[in-house]
Structures are given as C-alpha cells and as structure tokens.
Design a protein around this ligand. Structure first.
Ligand SMILES: [Fe+2]
Length: 199
C-alpha cells in the first residue's frame, strides 16, 4: 500500500477508533512538529517527516500496552510495506541504541523481546529517526511544549529509570543538532509552546 498523507491519516483514524485515547492527538502534534522542522532542513522531506511522525505510535491500535506498542507498530507498517515507518515505530523509543535504556515495560513474548533487542542494536538511524525521537518529546496531547515539561510528564507517568538522565541528554543533543541545521530555535516553529508549557 502506498504511504501518503491519505493512507497514513486513514490509518491513524482507524487506529484511534480501535483504541481511543490521548495518543492520537499526541501523534498529530508529533507529525506537525516533524513537518515544521524538516521543512527547514534542506536534506529532509517535510512530507516524509510528517508521515513518520503521524505513524510512530500506530501500534497503539492494538490496545493499551507499554513497549508492546513498538513492535505492534513495526508489524503494522511492515504488513503495508512501510519499512522506514516500521523502523521508526521501534526506534523512536531508543534515542540510545540499547534496549535496556527503555523506560517502559516489556509486555511482549521472549521471542519479541529478543527481536527488538537485536533490531535496536543493529538499526542504522538517519535524521528521520532522530527527528521523531525529538518531536515525540515536544508534543503533549494538548499541543507543543517545552522539552523539559514533557520530560517531567513522562517521568511522573513512567517513573525514574537509570537511563532517564542519559535519555534527556540525548534529546537535548538532538535539539541542538536540528537547531544548527535550521539556524533557528525549534520553539520558534511551534505555536502554543508558551501556553502549553507555562499556563
Ligand atoms: Fe509518541
């Protein structure tokens, strides 16, 4: 199946029907921030960035789960021939390429865990993987926010993990990387950050 705005948006709509929740609005904001940032980076397509952002949590279609949503999303996209989107369904949770840095629970079979462990270690990330990792941390279900606000939001929900600080550092490095590429601050591109972060 061709991956384009129409098919990706239809996939998200259908997925949100099978498991309604704030993750759908979050996915939309991730997609919009990916699009806005990629639009300022010469080497990236804003269309592809939007699609990858929109689909990164598509595995949530299968129901409420923890890290299982990563492999569910991977399989969902692979079944449609959306290989890069499938990679990002897993890679967005691993800004550090080590499965032990995950903050979630591995509610998957031993076989799936071993698959994911190998996949994460061997994946070759490009700037689309990195962009979705960054934008995942910029989007609450209510809109764009300061990275640090989302860090606290996630940590309150998932708890403190030995890798938490290293994950934050990695995201801040990604922010600096994309800002250098764009020549501007990421927050200049995202409307509503002040309202969402401070009010
Ligand atoms: Fe997400």
């Amino acid at each position: 199946m061709e991956l384009n705005r129409k098919t990706a948006e239809a996939a998200l709509t259908e997925a949100s029907r099978s498991n309604p929740g704030p993750w759908t609005a979050h996915s939309l904001y991730v997609a919009r921030s990916c699009e806005a940032i990629a639009g300022r980076c010469h080497h990236l397509s804003y269309d592809l960035a939007y699609l990858y952002g929109l689909l990164h949590d598509i595995g949530r279609y299968a129901g409420v789960s923890s890290e299982k949503h990563l492999i569910d999303g991977y399989r969902y996209c692979m079944a449609r021939g959306w290989e890069k989107a499938a990679q990002i369904c897993i890679s967005h949770a691993f800004m550090i390429q080590d499965i032990r840095t995950s903050i979630g629970e591995f509610d998957v079979s031993q076989e799936d865990y071993l698959f994911m462990e190998k996949f994460v270690a061997n994946a070759v990330y490009d700037d689309y993987d990195r962009l979705v990792q960054l934008c995942d941390a910029l989007a609450l279900p209510t809109g764009f926010c300061l990275l640090e606000k989302r860090f606290v939001d996630v940590t309150i929900r998932y708890g403190l993990h030995p890798a938490t600080i290293d994950r934050w550092k990695k995201i801040l490095e990604l922010k600096a990387f994309f800002e250098k590429e764009m020549g501007c601050c990421i927050y200049d591109l995202l409307p509503g950050v002040v309202e969402n972060s401070f009010c």
